[in-house]
Write a protein that binds this ligand. Structure first.
Ligand SMILES: NC(=O)c1ccc[n+]([C@@H]2O[C@H](COP(=O)([O-])OP(=O)(O)OC[C@H]3O[C@@H](n4cnc5c(N)ncnc54)[C@H](OP(=O)(O)O)[C@@H]3O)[C@@H](O)[C@H]2O)c1
Length: 330
């Protein structure tokens, strides 16, 4: 089958290569998907660069990609709830990475039926960003009436998180650049802050939650704009101790500046490393069916243009999701 593989760590153009491999075989709890579309994510190009070597070990060459939509063509003996011919979508676990491929084997517990009212391309853009948004916001107890700042509302995660926080009845501030203000507002943000023209730190204060999708100073500055007892939930910064424990980082201690910032505001700080989850994908299916969440697609590329697609994702300027259509892979 045709696949796109990470062959060496480095620049995208050197690190990625088209290849042909055997179809994956399945275990008793797996299903085999004939891929329709694969969704691309920043973690993919970060893996190519070698920037995540300490957290994710790969045996190269390794087929790239975590998000998939497609049709079940085979199922393991112990799989229940799915049949051959079902249209499904999933964020595959680390040990089954490789969705930019004509066929994908995945444990059925992390799979859900594809929402019928959206295309395969749209469905492939939902799993990783949807699960990340739900897990990061639920981890700090998002609830009705919370005043929340979601950074980078035009990104894959931000554009889902705004819509999800809206379903929870939150008041949403978000940051983006001038060209994206209007469509991000239409997703449900109450106040869109154009970072080209405004400094968000002069606009928001006493927030219940900051959802940090940018890292660096954005994480530490979040403590300036939360209220006493507020919550900072990040997906791009240092681990909290619970997450470090889950990731097997023995003896880990939060950096001293974070401990001080947390203590000064009696704040909660969490770093979420998203986990595949079929039940949460079922919840996303229901929200998409009810039109509470709509997929936001920036560009769709053909399989032959995968590397170009990754170069675009790596610019950091994507407006929602970037998708590979594998229906015509050869
Ligand atoms: N921990 C986890 O499990 C996990 C899961 C998912 C993602 N992540 C990480 O979270 C980050 C975001 O992921 P993503 O998929 O949303 O990325 P993405 O889709 O590539 O984000 C691109 C968006 O970021 C916006 N942006 C860039 N700089 C900005 C700034 N200074 N202020 C406001 N917006 C800005 C851009 O808007 P403009 O063009 O308008 O600037 C663009 O629309 C990545 O680093 C990713 O690796 C972590």
């Amino acid at each position: 089958m045709n696949v796109l593989q990470i062959v060496t760590y480095g620049e995208l153009k050197d690190g990625l290569s088209f290849s042909e491999t055997a179809r994956p075989s399945i275990n008793a709890t797996d299903i085999l998907i004939k891929t329709k579309s694969a969704g691309l994510n920043p973690i993919d190009y970060k893996l190519v660069s070698g920037g995540l070597k300490d957290m994710v070990s790969l045996n190269l060459p390794s087929t790239i990609g975590f998000d998939v939509s497609g049709i079940i063509i085979e199922k393991g003996k112990e799989v229940s709830g799915f049949e051959v011919g079902d249209a499904v979508y999933a964020r595959v676990p680390q040990n089954q990475m490789g969705t930019v491929a004509e066929y994908v084997a995945v444990d059925s517990t992390v799979v859900s039926k594809k929402p019928e009212n959206i295309s395969f391309e749209e469905a492939a853009g939902l799993p990783l960003v949807g699960l990340t948004s739900i897990q990061a916001l639920e981890r700090v107890g998002l609830k009705e009436g919370d005043r929340v700042l979601i950074h980078a509302g035009s990104g894959g995660v931000g554009s889902f998180a705004i819509q999800y926080a809206k379903t929870k009845g939150a008041y949403i501030y978000t940051t983006t650049s001038t060209k994206n203000v209007d469509w991000v507002k239409a997703l449900g943000a109450d106040r869109v802050i154009d970072y080209k023209k405004e400094d968000y730190k002069t606009i928001v204060s006493d927030l219940d939650i900051v959802f940090d999708t940018l890292g660096g100073d954005y994480t530490t500055d979040a403590f300036q704009v939360i209220k006493g007892g507020g919550r900072v939930t990040s997906i791009t910064s240092v681990p909290d101790e619970e997450t470090a424990d889950m990731m097997g980082m023995e003896g880990y201690q939060l950096p001293e500046n974070f401990s001080k910032l947390i203590a000064a505001k009696s704040a909660t700080y969490k770093l979420t490393w998203m986990q595949p989850n079929g039940e949460q994908l079922d919840a996303i299916l229901a929200m998409v069916k009810d039109e509470k969440i709509k997929p936001i697609i920036d560009k769709v590329y053909a399989f032959k243009d995968c590397i170009e697609a990754y170069l675009y994702v790596a610019t950091g300027r994507a407006k929602g999701k970037v998708i590979i259509n594998l229906s015509k892979a050869v």
